[in-house]
Every structure is written in C-alpha cells, then in structure tokens.
Design a binder for this molecule. Structure first.
Ligand SMILES: *[C@@H]1O[C@H](CO)[C@@H](O)[C@H](O)[C@H]1NC(C)=O
Ligand SMILES: *[C@@H]1O[C@H](CO)[C@@H](O)[C@H](O)[C@H]1NC(C)=O
Length: 410
C-alpha cells in the first residue's frame, strides 16, 4: 500500500520535469497579448506600463463581424464600398480616412527608415493590396513617402494614439492623421517590431511644414506661450501680433486643439512644462528640469504646432496619445487658457450623451485594436475617462459663459 518515498535522484528528475511543464504552460513574456499600455510621452522610460483596466479579457474573441480593415482576405473588398459585413462605416470616417487606414492595416512593408532623433519610431514604406508595384522593391523610400505611402510605427505604449484618432473624427475636428493598430510580421523589421505585440501605425503626412531650424523642426512656426496668449485675445491684435509667426492660424484652430488636448490630456503642445498641474517627480517635465521654467513665462514655448504647406491655416495634430491615466484631480486647465469659444459640433457631441456609443462604433472599425482590448468592455475605462473629462469641460464652459462657434462654410 502507498507509494514508496522516491529516492533523492528521482525527486530531482521529477522537479526538473515539473519546472519544464510549468515553463510550457506560461506564455513567454513577449508573446502574451498586450493590453493597452499606459501612455508615456516620447522619451520617457515607462514603456508598456500598467494596463488601462484590470481584468480585461485578453485575447478573447468577441463576436465582431469582420470589417473593411480585416487583413489576410484579399478578395471581396471593394475600394468604394462603405458597407462592410459589420454594417455601415460611420460617416465621420471619410473615404480618404478609410483608404489610408486600409493602407496602414494591410499594406505590405517595403522599406524602412529610422527617424532621426526619434529612436523609438520607424518610418515604413507601404504597398496597398492591389497596388501593381506591391511586390516590386521601392524605387526609393523617400519617393514612397512623398506619394503618401508611408507610416510611422510607434511603440506599443503609444496605442492610445489610435483611440485619439477616432475621438478626433467622432468630434468632427478632423485635425489628426489616420492611425490603426497592427501586428507586424515583415522580415524587413527588427525583431522587437515583429514579436507579436500590437503597435500603432500613423499615416505619414508628406506635406507637413517644418522649420529649417534643426532645433525646432517639430514646429511649423515658433510660438511662445505669451505670444500665443496675446494672439488669442478677441480684439485688438496689435500690428506686431498680426505679423507674428503662426498668425495665419485662426482662433478656431486653437479652440479645436485646446478641446482635444484637454480631453486626452496631451500636455506636450501647449504645456510641456507641466505648469498647469503639480507634476510627480518622475514626470519628464520634472526630470528634464522644464517645470522650473514656469516661473518665467517668457521662456515657455509651444511644441508640435504644425500645419501643412498646402493649408497653412489649419493645424495638424500629431503625437496624440495623451495621458489616459492622468488623475482627475490634476487635470491641466492651463490647456484651455485664453480660449473663449469652442467648436459647436464637437461641444454638441460631448453634450449629447452619445459620445461613448459613437466612439465604440468608430473603434470597432479597427478590428485589431478592438479585439486586442477585449471589445467595448475592455475599452470601458478609457471611455469613462474621456466621458468624465468631457463633463468637466462642459461645466467649465458653462461656468465661464464661454460660447461656441459654427464651422465656417467649406
Ligand atoms: C479633413 O481634413 C482633410 C485634410 O486636411 C481634408 O482634406 C478633408 O477635406 C477634411 N474633411 C472634412 C469633412 O472637413
Ligand atoms: C455668466 O452669466 C451669468 C448670467 O448672465 C452671470 O450671472 C455670471 O456672473 C456670468 N459668469 C461669468 C464667469 O462671467
């Protein structure tokens, strides 16, 4: 009766076997489905931080019908079709958006270029399904990019930029560049890009105007905080202000930017010094000693203020991942400073009580993102954060008797 106690040697073998079995049961760390990681501003070290929500259904396949953006399905997709199995593509995504999203989601990677001074970003040339040149090597990566056939692959931690794109379109702002989530397999890419993690890829806009100044090439015009505030004043633009850089950009553009940045808590553009809230010591603005400059407003500058060469009176929003984790008690109201009027359509959408459903409808189009996050349920915390900030913004507008403006006719 009973088992004989195993000899020490046999025990050792058993232990090794048990450990091996365990190692097989656990997924290798870099292969596990990535939750939507916390956003981290470019250059920060907190890549892939805590997931947005606890208890997300990783890898759970939801009964989501395929959409236009589904990959690996070369037949049966029409360029002109706006109706997928999933139903209508929401009207706020234009045909041009869809075409670019499809290029980003399905395009074959044909070239890659490092982006100088942005080690974490890779620019890739893409060939669309059905492009006669699809299997040809690119004449030149530069040529592809000038033709609008490139994307920027960012870090897994920047996935919120895809959500930001949908928010932009749902609100009718139309200032950010198309973005999708994608897993890459191309052998052209370094291993860390093909390890199964989901990354955002943003359409690369060839027409951005950059300043010649190598220290300030992330702007189309150089603008200080004080100049900016001066420019926002309703009346009495002084002659100097009229000729100031960025003065071709009308008020409505800054209103859009402020609304968008407040909802996402993007501080980089308007307040990269974190003057509008008390930052933790680990914030890049603290580590880079930027926060100290808040004492001297004349030293504060805006960053990522970009326009197209072909449309200098319209802002282009880039790097929009923002800070979904930013606490509600520390919301940065400085982002709204000087803005007296907000775009009527966007405010109406925020008021409508339908923001969440509209966002869900939009995000569902990005199947990779949708499934990886566990669908609408997994996206819940993000949506709640945006809804909460929206209601705080609406109260802010109401308490200050701020107005809304209709879009000028196009
Ligand atoms: C959205 O922006 C793009 C790029 O500036 C422009 O071509 C397009 O006409 C805009 N769409 C709407 C509906 O304003
Ligand atoms: C907003 O308008 C109300 C009613 O006209 C007025 O009582 C209040 O003082 C105004 N608030 C501000 C901040 O101007």
């Amino acid at each position: 009766m009973g088992l004989k106690p195993p000899a020490p040697a046999a025990l050792g073998v058993l232990l090794v076997l048990a450990l091996l079995a365990l190692a097989h049961l656990l997924p290798p760390p870099d292969r596990s489905p990535h939750p939507l990681p916390a956003s981290s501003p470019p250059g920060s070290r907190q890549e892939g931080a805590a997931p947005l929500s606890r208890g997300r259904a990783h890898g759970k396949r939801l009964p989501v019908p395929p959409t236009h953006l589904r990959r690996g399905q070369p037949h049966g997709r029409g360029r002109r079709r706006r109706r997928g199995v999933a139903g209508d593509i929401p009207p706020w995504l234009s045909d041009d958006d869809l075409q670019k999203m499809r290029l980003l989601a399905e395009g074959q990677v044909v070239s890659k270029t490092r982006v100088p001074a942005h080690g974490q970003v890779l620019r890739v040339g893409l060939r669309a399904v059905g492009d006669p040149e699809r299997d040809a090597s690119p004449a030149s990566p530069e040529g592809d990019c000038q033709d609008g056939r490139c994307g920027l692959i960012k870090r897994p931690g920047d996935l919120y930029e895809v959500l930001a794109f949908h928010l932009d379109r749902v609100l009718g702002l139309n200032r950010s560049l198309p973005a999708v989530a994608r897993r890459f397999t191309s052998r052209l890419l370094p291993y860390s890009y093909t390890d199964g993690s989901l990354r955002p890829i943003i359409w690369w806009e060839p027409d951005l105007r950059h300043l010649e100044d190598a220290n300030n090439d992330q702007n189309s015009c150089a603008l200080g905080w004080l100049q900016y505030q001066e420019m926002l004043r309703p009346h009495g633009l002084t002659p100097a202000a009229r000729d100031a850089p960025c003065s071709s950009i009308p008020h409505g553009e800054w209103s859009r930017l402020a609304l968008f940045d407040f909802l996402l808590q993007v501080h980089d553009r308007l307040d990269r010094y974190c003057c509008g809230f008390q930052p933790d010591p680990s914030e890049p603005c603290m580590e880079e000693m930027l926060h100290e400059k808040c004492r001297n407003p004349s030293e504060l500058v805006l960053v990522h203020i970009l326009v197209r060469r072909s449309a200098p009176s319209r802002l282009v929003f880039i790097d929009n991942a923002g800070r979904p984790q930013h606490p509600e008690e520390k919301l940065n109201f400085r982002l709204l400073q000087g803005i007296a009027s907000f775009p009527a359509a966007a405010v109406a959408t925020l008021r409508s009580g339908r923001l969440r459903n509209l966002l869900l409808e939009s995000l569902r189009v990005d199947r990779e993102l949708w499934e990886s996050q566990g669908g609408g349920e997994g996206l819940g915390p993000f949506l709640r954060t945006i809804e909460k900030r929206a209601s705080i913004l609406l109260r802010y507008i109401q308490e200050r008797n701020l107005t809304v403006f209709e879009e000028p006719p196009r």
